[in-house]
Design a protein around this ligand. Structure first.
Ligand code: PRT
Ligand code: ZN
Length: 289
């Protein structure tokens, strides 16, 4: 597609697909149901989305087939490609971790010396071993790494862990973390020289930042006695000072504030104790700071 549209590489079918499409929709992009197509054009933004295997995304972006891409840091840093990470996106979080059979022990990293470690991430693992001065044998396996100890091909595995259920199912336990990963937005070196695409990217980044901030913030509303206001203002970790509105009862006011979503359960009891009532917590769709 040789139009001037910005080209974004996304994982076609996998753990990052739905959340990436949701993020783009939260940016106001009108994306049709992509089903089996390889490329789609968004209806209301000059953006083409290329659906690819995640392993190919770093190379496609660095080669200029796509201008930008969304990929896990694990996949990105396992490869030696020249791209810039421009945003961490906060989803697809996992750890590349070392794990051993449940009946074995690994008390310190130095005990890895002389061990065979199975992984699909030989470069990230080698970097970790080198940094810690460990001499171990890396057994490279392309999938189902967790069965390597029971097959007798490795003593330890180094694989992605999220909930830990896969380890448990295979009678393994996590020992040390090698690398933490989340989904990131990457761009290539060529885009800075293309004025039109740079403008499109900047526009998209404003929307992405707004969507990411909105996701982690909530709109808090409550009624409170005027006399409790000073105490309530101290409790609310508001971005700016809260909005105070008069109510029909002259002794009461309404208090509105934007708060970090995760702090709500820490502060709501304190607010109630201070006299707040009718506490409402609402989602925010977009927030331009
Ligand atoms: O087909 P394609 O090559 O595009 O996809 P893929 O199968 O290679 O990748 P996919 O969709 O499994 O993962 C894409 C990205 O999601 C990874 O590069 C990570 O950045 C991120 N991610 C987050 C994970 C996990 N969590 C995860 N749990 N990727 C893989 N896993 C696997 C892990 O390998 C292990 O087999 O899930 C299992 C462990 O999960 P828990 O929850 O049981 O611990
Ligand atoms: Zn893959």
């Amino acid at each position: 597609m040789l139009n001037g549209n910005l080209k974004l590489a996304l994982q076609k079918r996998g753990r990052l697909t739905d959340k990436s499409l949701q993020l783009l929709r939260n940016c106001g992009l009108d994306i049709e149901d992509y089903s089996e197509r390889l490329i789609i054009t968004t209806r209301n933004f000059e953006l083409d989305i290329l659906f690819l295997r995640d392993d190919d995304i770093p190379e496609y972006v660095s080669d200029g087939v796509a201008d930008i891409g969304i990929v896990g840091e694990d996949v990105l840093y396992e490869r030696n490609v020249e791209v810039d990470v421009i945003r961490k996106l906060g989803y697809g979080k996992c750890n590349l971790s070392l794990a051993i059979p449940e009946n074995k022990t690994l008390n310190s990293i130095s005990e890895l010396n002389g061990k065979r470690i199975a992984t699909s991430y030989p470069n990230l693992l080698k970097k970790f071993l080198d940094e810690n001065n460990i001499k171990a044998t890396i057994v490279e396996i392309s999938g189902s790494v967790e069965i390597a100890p029971s097959l007798g091909v490795a003593d330890v595995i180094c694989d992605l862990v999220s909930t830990g259920n896969t380890l448990k199912l295979n009678k393994l336990k996590k020992s040390f973390d090698v690398f933490s990963s989340e989904a990131v937005l990457i761009k290539n070196k060529f885009i800075d020289k293309d004025e039109n695409k740079s403008l499109l990217l900047n526009n998209l980044l404003v929307r992405i930042d707004s969507a990411l901030t909105a996701k982690t913030s909530k709109y808090l509303m409550m009624n409170a006695p005027k006399l409790a206001l000073e105490e309530i203002e101290k409790i609310i970790p508001s971005l700016k000072s809260p909005t105070i509105l008069p109510l029909a009862d002259p002794t009461m006011v309404a208090v509105h504030a934007v708060i970090p979503a995760e702090q709500f359960w820490e502060i709501y009891q304190k607010l109630k104790n201070a006299g707040a009532s009718g506490i409402l917590l609402l989602p925010i769709e977009n927030m331009i700071l």
